[in-house]
Design a protein around this ligand. Structure first.
Ligand SMILES: [Zn+2]
Length: 392
């Protein structure tokens, strides 16, 4: 029977589930379970990179610093300030013929503590916060929040903080007004309902006894922090503390077909890219995996893709292959292919009108980045959207 024209030409939008075998379905659920366990331990960029480094070490990768020379088959990585990471496998082909790169970002929208965060007001102690990345502020009130990050003490000692994830840990929250007092708030536009300046984290209410010092609740909190971590208020200035939802990743739906978890933009791409990188065999073109930081705020900063750390990593590869020369880095970039992997909005029929207006795409592949980057407008749109461009 002759094939119908529509079957030949029109792309079929079929559910992915319709075409998977039962064995593939089993593998999807197995990978998803591993992914959910990973998400629970890697809510921040630091935690992601720490977990990624452990997995890389277990799978034969070594810090590029440990190599004097490189040869095909060598597996290397470079970690930039504990917050971004590049992995590479040297291919059989000359690297001058280009690399195959996959890139994604490991930072997600969250609340950061301000440098002098602790204050007391009317018998309650709070941490002041500011938001990182694009958030809908009202979604961050009345949910359990945990504190993750590091505190660097004046003597240089670094303390890792993770409070609110264990069942026995306390959690923290940002309060909201109860409904019958919220008439004025409810009249406001949704985006103004919660003010950024009011995103203050409630952290305690018991006053320290035996003191004439006025801010007794604040003092009590500092005393508890001092007993547990040996820190003072000043140490909070040199801390990098992030607030994230204290929820665990869960399956969603009777059929458990969806993963509900914080930070899947873009850890769903970062985790799968990393998993692929750890399992890849017989590499022809040198393979690179970028796990980037700071995408949510325009890729700026010394751990974002606007920094020169990716160029440094590739230059080090060229040095250690013993082939580097002026402009070789540009040539290698020009002949490389890159898959920028970031999430897009899943189609939600409840918000169909908004989603149909959005020019959605699932992934973008581009060749010869430099040629594309000559179009300035495109550079900006690529950077804003995916943040993994190191050139142009
Ligand atoms: Zn993203």
């Amino acid at each position: 029977m002759e094939e119908k024209l529509e079957d030949k030409l029109i792309s079929k939008k079929e559910s992915g589930w319709a075409t998977v075998t039962s064995e593939e379905k089993e593998n999807i659920f197995k990978l998803s379970e591993e992914y959910m366990n990973f998400l629970n331990k890697a809510k921040t960029e630091r935690e992601f990179i720490k977990m990624a480094r452990n997995l890389a070490d277990q799978n034969g990768f070594k810090d590029i610093i440990e190599y004097n020379t490189l040869k095909p088959g060598d597996k290397i990585y470079f970690i930039n300030r504990e917050k971004s990471m590049y992995l590479g496998i040297i291919g059989e082909e000359s690297i001058e013929n280009g690399m195959h790169i996959i890139g994604s970002h490991v930072d997600s929208p969250r609340l950061d503590l301000k440098p002098n965060p602790l204050y007391e007001d009317t018998g309650l102690a709070y941490f002041k916060t500011h938001y990182y990345g694009g958030i809908k502020k009202y979604q961050w009130t009345t949910i359990p929040l945990s504190i993750h990050g590091v505190i660097v003490k004046t003597n240089g000692e670094k303390i890792e903080i993770n409070i609110g994830e264990e069942k026995t840990d306390p959690i923290f929250t940002i309060t909201d007004l109860l409904p019958h007092l919220a008439q004025e708030q409810m009249e406001k536009k949704l985006k103004n309902g919660i003010d950024g300046e009011d995103l203050n984290l409630l952290i305690g209410s018991i006053p320290y006894k035996d003191t004439k010092y006025q801010e007794k609740v604040k003092l009590n909190i500092l005393n508890l922090l001092n007993q547990k971590y040996g820190i003072t208020e000043q140490d909070l200035t040199s801390a990098e503390l992030e607030l994230v939802p204290a929820f665990e990743a869960r399956s969603l739906g009777f059929d458990e077909s969806l993963v509900a978890a914080y930070g899947q933009d873009d850890k769903v791409c970062a985790y799968t890219s990393l998993a692929a990188m750890l399992n890849i065999q017989n590499v022809k073109n040198t393979s690179i995996c970028i796990l980037s930081d700071k995408e949510e705020i325009g890729s700026m900063g010394n751990t974002g893709m606007e920094s020169h750390s990716f160029d440094f990593f590739i230059s080090e590869i060229l040095n250690k292959l013993g082939i580097n020369r002026p402009n070789l880095l540009d040539k290698v970039f020009c002949f490389s292919k890159m898959l920028s992997s970031d999430v897009d909005a899943g189609f939600d029929p409840i918000y169909a009108r908004s989603l149909r207006q959005e020019k959605c795409r699932i992934y973008r592949i581009w060749n010869k980045p430099k040629q594309i980057h000559r179009s300035k407008g495109k550079i900006r749109s690529i950077r804003r959207k995916c943040g993994i461009c190191s050139m142009g």
